[in-house]
Design a protein around this ligand. Structure first.
Ligand code: NAD
Length: 427
């Protein structure tokens, strides 16, 4: 995606488009085009050398009509109020499509967290909570990890909030470490959830899972668990790709008879770099990154970055591809979408396909409220039920209204949000 694209303008344009398709009440549309609340605050952090550095933090609550706002905190150098606004709006639609009783929110800090020491990271996390704790909480707005943040940071944030309000409050934040209020099954939730929707799409398209072949972009959290579950389902994954920190460029790692995701996981470091030599010794071929997109496969699972399937790269996609399942947020540009629609490629849109993460985050909050924790099997079986139901709700809308799956997902989500507004007497 080019830098000129403003994510919030894009999110508003997508919303306007579907509002028109739905003939939405203009008053409802006026309320939903903008976030309900926005916070921008400074976080002064004492650095290890004794100096003070000022960071800027954000929290945007797009909607809380269906329940407390929900969404991650990104630590990223190019974070802006507009990216946070867009992501907050997308969270509202994601929670609605997955039918979990939460709204949409997002937060961030403009920072490269890898440039901070662990102690500086902790002070930044605690500082973020100190500035916003009056406006978040289990019944107001529940943050979670996102790009650049991790479970340990969520543990510090939960601790800071609990100290400030004077009581142990694990439900203020999700994505906490297991044993520190986190839920089993959260790590694998997004990748597994994506494959549950792929399984349903394959049933609909009459593709047998046993011989189905997939290519995956990325080998981070989403991609690793999508690969594991796709193989578990009986399919073959012919490649994954990753960013190589040593060479400062991405590669595709392939094996025509199928990769072994657990083996590749075992030779991947904590930053996501696969050991090329060990992979080659075990019969894998290291190819240029773009190789993943032109493989002869039934399913493409982009699970790395936004804008990867665009007007140019879509031309390299094989005619064999029947399903594009968007593990990543925003991997397909509107130009590529138009090509897929013409070719009849089945799309599982991002905020449906990758809703497994927020669904298990919601389960984490439920378990925190009960102070009673479920087994991994119980979490994953509830996740499967939710993802399967969400997929079929969108498919049904797509067939009934004769619209593309992405538009159908928006229609399902916006209808649910507007219904809640009516039921609360806002309209
Ligand atoms: P991650 O940081 O764990 O993994 C990202 C992967 O992309 C890594 O394997 C990295 O090596 C790879 N990568 C980076 N640059 C690349 C390049 N130029 N070419 C190829 N690969 C490259 O992140 P993640 O949590 O797996 O998230 C991936 C996507 O899924 C993001 O769009 C994220 O917003 C979305 N998502 C994640 C979750 C979740 O629960 N983790 C939930 C919903 C959506």
């Amino acid at each position: 995606m080019t830098e000129q694209i403003n994510a919030f303008k894009m999110a508003q344009a997508q919303f306007d488009n579907v509002a028109a398709l739905l003939n939405l009440d203009p008053q409802a549309a006026a309320m939903l085009r903008w976030p309900t609340r926005e916070f921008r605050f400074q976080i002064p952090v004492k650095m290890d050398d004794g100096s003070i550095r000022v960071f800027f933090g954000y929290r945007v609550q797009h909607s809380d009509v269906r329940g407390p706002s929900k969404g991650g905190i990104r630590f990223h150098p190019s974070e802006t109020l507009d990216t946070v606004r867009a992501l907050a709006m997308w969270m509202t639609w994601k929670c609605a499509v997955a039918d979990i009783p939460l709204g949409g929110g997002k937060g961030g800090v403009a920072v490269d967290s890898a440039s901070l020491s662990i102690n500086e990271q902790e002070r930044l996390c605690r500082g973020w909570i100190q500035q916003i704790h009056r406006n978040i909480g289990p019944r107001q707005d529940v943050p979670a990890p996102d790009v650049g943040t991790n479970p340990r940071m969520m543990g510090w944030m939960m601790d800071e909030y609990s100290k400030l309000v004077g009581q142990y409050t694990p439900g203020v934040i999700t994505g906490k470490p297991v044993g520190g209020g986190g839920s089993l099954g959260r790590t694998e939730a997004t990748g597994f959830g994506a494959v549950y929707t792929i399984r349903e799409a394959m049933k609909y398209l009459d593709i047998a899972p046993d011989n189905a072949v997939a290519a995956i972009q990325g080998f981070g959290n989403v991609a690793q668990y999508a690969a594991i579950e796709f193989v578990e389902m009986g399919g073959i994954v012919v490649c994954v790709s990753y960013w190589d920190r040593d060479d400062q460029k991405p590669y595709t790692v392939s094996r025509d008879d199928g990769i072994d995701p657990q083996f590749l996981q075992s030779i991947t470091d904590v930053y996501g770099t696969i050991d090329k030599e060990k992979a080659q010794d075990s019969g894998y071929v290291i190819e240029p990154e773009e190789a993943w997109i032109s493989k002869e496969v039934d399913v493409l699972i982009p699970s790395a970055l936004e804008g990867q399937i665009n007007a140019e790269t879509v031309q390299d996609i094989s005619d064999r591809v029947k399903i594009v399942a968007e593990g990543a947020n925003g991997p397909t540009t509107p130009e590529a979408d138009a090509v897929f629609a013409k070719r009849g490629v089945f799309n599982i849109p991002d905020f449906l396909c990758n809703a497994g993460g927020v669904t298990v985050s919601y389960f984490e909050g439920v378990q925190n409220d009960m102070n009673f924790y479920w087994s991994r099997e119980e979490v994953l079986s509830k996740l499967d039920d939710k993802m399967t139901k969400a997929f079929h709700d969108v498919l049904e809308m797509s067939e009934r209204e004769d619209v593309y799956m992405r538009d159908a997902a928006y229609m399902v989500a916006i209808e649910k949000v507007v219904k809640a507004m009516e039921l609360r007497g806002w309209l």
